[in-house]
Design a protein around this ligand. Structure first.
Ligand SMILES: *[C@@H]1O[C@H](CO)[C@@H](O)[C@H](O)[C@H]1NC(C)=O
Ligand SMILES: *[C@@H]1O[C@H](CO)[C@@H](O)[C@H](O)[C@H]1NC(C)=O
Ligand SMILES: *[C@@H]1O[C@H](CO)[C@@H](O)[C@H](O)[C@H]1NC(C)=O
Ligand SMILES: *[C@@H]1O[C@H](CO)[C@@H](O)[C@H](O)[C@H]1NC(C)=O
Ligand SMILES: *[C@@H]1O[C@H](CO)[C@@H](O)[C@H](O)[C@H]1NC(C)=O
Length: 723
């Protein structure tokens, strides 16, 4: 097919209504009866062409043109100077919290008071604070007073609020305990002059005054998060901050439980003068901040690349992390374990590395309130991207959204748990034949809800999700089933294999890779994350493409230490990115080589995956696959240096040859079709850009061409090559 007929085939309006297709009589149990896959209301920016009518592969298209995806994920911001490495796409985490940040206010005043012989002592000069209690011992009783200045925050701007403290010791005497937090309406106290004797709202044991007028018990630390180790502890104070402030100041008293105890209970934590002062975090569902997203889009745009947000929403990497989710969402919904005594415990974990947050919960993917909130946030993000795009020259930089990163329904990343039911939201379980069916449907509804936001927005693009190896809801089979029975808005699902073995990555695109079978139905194949810190990183993208899968590297440079780049000298604080090893140049070289035939890679299925016009040579590096054919021409690839070669059928008279290393290609019998020209150069789209004339040898009717490393050679013949 010629390029122009190819393109006009692509421009058929059918692309717009990709999902409005098959109606079926089959019915499937559902959880949210109102959820239906959405189709774009306007011409999409990007899509997956499933028709296979103008090409033998499932194609990614941007602006109706085939798009060659060769991506890299980016964790750090200051990498501008290393972006020009030949990738075509940058993808980067956009956490829900990064577009809806909570505001953290340090305590404006705070101190503790102590009974007994310290009843008239003021402790405002101390860097640490305390709460404590021991039955019958005045000197072992401590309360902490906290004050936050909320001037400038209307209650309408606050959807949720929590107080966070940082304990610097373990619970005293190794006795974990539960803490109470009270809101008090008396704001006249001053940290510098309160003492046990004169501080308001306590009688030496209990908080006093009129409950729900002078003071409000806001929360007690739950049994599953009693105060024990050093670290952050959060206490919800939403009701008080939203409904009961007497002026623009929020005052609190923090207290241990007052259970009878003969050994002192309590803990020491950072006070207002400490390293981690008590904070009030306020969260506002109407507040959006696009700074971070806009920066990433702008940097990508300046580098001439395309961008995909990787949405880190109510769950990312199998957990809801408080470092990624605004508090107003985070407090809502957790999957709960039902204990023998009927009490509920969230599936929860405390994390010690602050880079990944403090609290992790398994979020309930069936909570329809969370789904609604999250869809609204993604819709707002996409509509913002539409506005940004319109205001910045319509460059259409954003071309896709990864709606869920390594998600799971009922387990933390990498951990296995048995199924839990949340009785309030898992009511539909009975309608399913098995828990696994329910889990598959849960994951699908969760992803489709987010994908719908993308499709319904003013900036529709393709949607995808990436699985980790062994997630509890792989989703590919179910998504394909839905595609055939009413449609899906989740365009494709991929795997993060984290395999360095070249044969595995080659196999992924067309084979069952130890139970990870993604090559089914109309699921476009993509390796969505694979380490850049392995010395096969230069060959893996080629192996992936040769096997039938697009490739996305994790990552360019970042704290997970999977990057192509590492800090020049971390010990001395020099974070200048430098190549991790020699192979990094091979990655760059490979990327630039692939760009020379990007159009063919975007549009042709490789031979190994069932195609005919795109042959790879020696991807396994062991010379087991050094012969192939294009039309009726047998091609052999002679390498001394474990190079990888590519041959592609451009038309019935045109073959392109490429190689990562200096090699000889032999094209058997080609001379009988009368060689017209052999040139080095590259393709821009489907147009050939000539750089030089290339000499070749004839041996009978065979044509032998020696390629230099990273050459792309075009061979034209006068007569149509037979098939
Ligand atoms: C809160 O206190 C910490 C530690 O002193 C400080 O680093 C941070 O900037 C403060 N935050 C605000 C909003 O003042
Ligand atoms: C603390 O001092 C302020 C004046 O600086 C005063 O208004 C307040 O009543 C004093 N509080 C106590 C508990 O003594
Ligand atoms: C009081 O003690 C009981 C029994 O040990 C315990 O179950 C409860 O959680 C404690 N209450 C608080 C507020 O610590
Ligand atoms: C893939 O392999 C696994 C075992 O490794 C098997 O259970 C599964 O049925 C296979 N899937 C397909 C589609 O062949
Ligand atoms: C290519 O062939 C020539 C002779 O035909 C030979 O000298 C050269 O070593 C070969 N190069 C490679 C990379 O195999």
């Amino acid at each position: 097919m010629t390029a122009s007929s190819f393109l006009s085939a692509l421009r058929r309006p059918a692309l717009v209504g990709l999902f409005a297709c098959v109606a079926s009589s089959a019915t499937f149990p559902v959880i949210d009866p109102d959820l239906k896959p959405s189709t774009p209301g306007i011409t999409p920016i990007s899509a997956v062409d499933l028709t296979r009518s103008s090409s033998d592969r499932l194609m990614l298209t941007v602006d109706d043109e085939p798009f060659f995806f060769n991506g890299v994920q980016l964790r750090a911001d200051k990498l501008y100077d290393v972006w020009d490495d030949g990738f075509t796409v940058i993808n980067s985490q956009i956490s829900w919290l990064s577009i809806q940040p909570d505001t953290a206010l340090n305590a404006s005043e705070s101190t503790f008071i102590r009974g007994g012989s310290h009843a008239s002592t003021n402790f405002a000069g101390e860097t640490s604070s305390r709460i404590g209690y021991r039955t019958g011992s005045e000197v072992d009783k401590y309360l902490t007073y906290l004050k936050f200045d909320l001037d400038g925050y209307a209650s309408a701007d606050i959807t949720a609020a929590k107080v966070r403290i940082y304990t610097t010791t373990r619970a005293w005497n190794s006795k974990s305990f539960r803490a109470n937090i009270y809101g008090i309406t008396d704001n006249d106290w001053e940290a510098t002059n309160i003492t046990w004797t004169n501080a308001p709202n306590h009688d030496g044991v209990d908080i006093d005054g009129t409950e729900n007028e002078d003071y409000f018990l806001l929360s007690t630390s739950p049994t599953w998060d009693s105060i024990d180790a050093t670290g952050y502890y959060d206490l919800d104070v939403t009701d008080f901050v939203v409904n009961h402030l007497s002026d623009d100041v929020a005052s609190f008293i923090l207290q241990t439980s007052t259970n009878t105890t003969s050994t002192a209970i309590g803990v020491t934590f950072d006070g207002a003068l400490g390293t981690h002062p008590p904070q009030l975090l306020i969260s506002n569902e109407n507040n959006f901040d696009w700074t971070y997203l806009d920066n990433l889009v702008k940097w990508t745009e300046d580098a001439g690349l395309k961008f995909e947000p990787v949405w880190f929403g109510s769950e990312s990497t199998g957990a809801a992390m408080d470092s990624r989710v605004p508090y107003y969402v985070f407090r809502n919904t957790k999957v709960e374990k039902i204990n023998d005594d009927g009490s509920h415990t969230p599936v929860f974990k405390r994390n010690s590395d602050p880079a990944y947050g403090t609290y992790w919960f398994v979020m309930d993917k069936n909570d329809l309130t969370t789904r609604k909130q999250e869809k609204a946030a993604v819709l707002a993000m996409m509509n913002h991207i539409a506005e940004y795009n319109a205001a910045n020259g319509d460059k259409r930089t954003v071309i896709g959204v990864d709606v869920a990163n390594e998600p799971a329904v009922q387990r933390f990343h990498g951990s296995k748990f048995s199924a839990w039911q949340n009785p309030e939201t898992w009511g539909a379980l009975e309608a399913f034949d098995s828990v696994q069916d329910f889990v598959d449907r849960t994951m699908w509804e969760f992803c489709v809800n987010l994908a719908n936001a993308v499709k319904e927005s003013n900036y529709p693009v393709w949607t995808r999700a990436n699985n980790y190896w062994g997630t509890d809801a792989q989703g590919v089979v179910y998504n394909e089933l839905m595609r055939q029975n009413g449609g899906t808005s989740l365009d494709f699902i991929g795997l993060d294999p984290y395999r360095s073995n070249v044969a595995d990555i080659f196999a992924y695109g067309h084979k069952n890779l130890t139970g990870q079978y993604y090559a089914t139905g109309s699921n476009l194949l993509m390796v969505m994350e694979n380490s850049g810190a392995v010395d096969t990183a230069d060959v893996l993208p080629l192996a992936s493409l040769a096997g039938g899968s697009f490739y996305n590297l994790y990552e360019l440079y970042g704290p997970d230490n999977f990057g192509l780049y590492i800090p020049a000298d971390e010990d001395s604080g020099d974070y200048t990115p430098v190549d991790r090893s020699d192979y990094v140049q091979g990655v760059r070289d490979g990327n630039y080589l692939l760009k020379k035939i990007a159009y063919d890679l975007a549009t042709k299925l490789p031979v190994a995956a069932g195609g005919t016009g795109l042959a790879f040579f020696n991807v396994l590096g062991d010379e087991s696959d050094i012969s192939g054919s294009i039309r009726s021409i047998d091609i052999s690839y002679e390498t001394e240096d474990s190079g990888v070669g590519i041959a592609t059928e451009r038309s019935e008279r045109e073959i392109a040859l490429l190689s990562t290393q200096a090699v000889n290609f032999t094209l058997a019998g080609l001379a009988s079709y009368k060689v017209r020209s052999v040139e080095t150069g590259y393709y821009r789209g489907t147009s050939w850009v000539r750089e030089d004339v290339k000499s070749f040898n004839r041996n009978g009717e065979d044509v032998q061409i020696s390629l230099d490393a990273l050459d792309c050679v075009r061979v034209l013949v006068r007569n149509e090559i037979s098939k």
